[in-house]
Design a binder for this molecule. Structure first.
Ligand code: UT7
Length: 349
């Protein structure tokens, strides 16, 4: 579904705050290899991942979201947000949404607060939602948080998925501003293909799988992914979506300073960059240190790149995501003059 960001004065969403947060516990490939039939060489070669962070006992998605949200708010000068969006595949509970609790814990009671679900594409869908609310004047300032605790849904004995996923949260603050000012987000491309909804699933826990046939099995309760098929879709859909965003803006790949893809697997990121004809060094990647963190992966990668000083004012960034649904999405962002990223309290290794 191609979308065009409206551009009357004062109606663009402009990035003014950014932060990432990961739980302190680091799980290395060797630690996983001690309890699963896998090894560091397989994980690094097939995924590019060296380690990931995992939430502590009792630590829920909202806990991670609050940490990243607090840091993002601290990095952004200006009034408090009137809207809080949390995008996640691992909400604290099926009901209520996670965002109202996060808003309350951040001292933002009264703000509009709701969740967006688009699996690993959630952050780009959330950005589009925030931009739309700002464009129509319903919101003036939005806190958007991508947060996931995949460790709570991945079977720890499933070597295929346990090595890929990590827990984390990333947050941005968006304010109403001008479409041509640095920090503005736009030229969204969003899409889905529900014919392939079975490629990435958690079978139980929703309205489809009720208790009539007894308790859900171990398999039904856990995250399942048909990795090879997902891989192929991920490369194709991300490249196509990236081109669609560039096309809307009348830009070429060569006009990009940085490509910030969903951190699914380093091989996927490089394949997409190759497909686009983009030098791999322009591809922002932190999957080696955090794994695939779902809806958190793009803001975590952005925060990491900003903290390392890789992003300069005026740089042109393309964000592209892909996930279960299937869903995909892209948008463009010009890096703002005042880097909105403080030193995080906890850094990736
Ligand atoms: O965030 C949402 C989007 N997600 C993605 O984009 C993930 C997409 N998929 C992938 O990243 C890759 O498909 C995986 C990393 C999940 C798997 O890599 P692969 O190169 O596609 O491996 P494979 O599934 O084809 O498995 C190759 C072999 C199999 O053994 P046989 O059948 O060849 O004997 C697997 O059983 O590797 C085996 N294997 C493992 N071996 C050691 C699978 N997982 C592991 C493991 N350690 N952890």
């Amino acid at each position: 579904m191609p979308t065009t960001t409206p551009s009357p004065p004062g109606s663009a969403a402009v990035l003014c705050g950014l932060a990432g947060w990961v739980p302190p516990r680091v799980v290395t490939n060797d630690e996983l290899a001690a309890r699963l039939d896998t090894d560091d060489a397989w994980i690094r070669t097939r995924t590019g991942i060296r380690s990931r962070h995992v939430a502590g006992p009792g630590q829920a998605t909202s806990d991670l979201a609050v940490e990243s949200g607090r840091l993002a708010l601290r990095s952004a000068a200006g009034p408090p947000p009137d809207t809080v969006i949390v995008t996640t595949t691992t909400p604290d509970r099926p009901c209520p949404a996670t965002a109202p609790l996060v808003a309350f814990r951040l001292g933002l009671s009264g703000a509009a607060a709701f969740d967006v679900g688009a699996v690993c594409t959630g952050f780009v869908y959330g950005l589009a939602t925030a931009a739309g609310l700002i464009a129509c004047g319903t919101a003036r300032r939005v806190l958007l948080i991508g947060a996931d605790t995949y460790s709570t849904i991945v079977d720890p004995l499933d070597r295929a998925n346990a090595v890929i996923f990590g827990d984390g949260a990333g947050a941005v603050v968006l304010r109403a501003g001008e479409p041509d000012e640095p920090g503005a987000v736009g030229h969204f491309d969003l899409g889905s293909d529900g014919a392939h909804e079975d490629l990435i699933t958690v079978a139980a826990g929703g309205s489809r799988r009720r208790g009539t046939a007894g308790e859900p099995s171990r398999t039904e309760r856990h995250f399942a992914m048909r990795g090879k098929e997902v891989y192929r879709h991920a490369v194709t859909r991300m490249a196509t979506s990236a081109r669609a965003s560039l096309g809307q803006a009348g830009l070429q790949t060569a006009d990009l300073d940085h490509f910030v893809p969903h951190q699914a697997n380093l091989r996927i990121l490089h394949s997409v960059a190759d497909d686009l004809g983009l030098p791999r060094e322009r591809c922002v990647a932190n999957v080696d240190a955090v794994g695939n963190t779902g809806a958190a992966s793009i803001p975590l990668a952005l925060a990491d790149a900003a903290r390392r000083g890789c992003l300069q004012a005026g740089d042109r960034l393309l964000l592209t995501a892909f996930g279960g649904g299937l869903t995909w999405g892209s948008c463009l962002l010009t890096w703002p003059a005042h880097a909105p990223c403080p030193q995080p309290e906890r850094t990736t290794p």
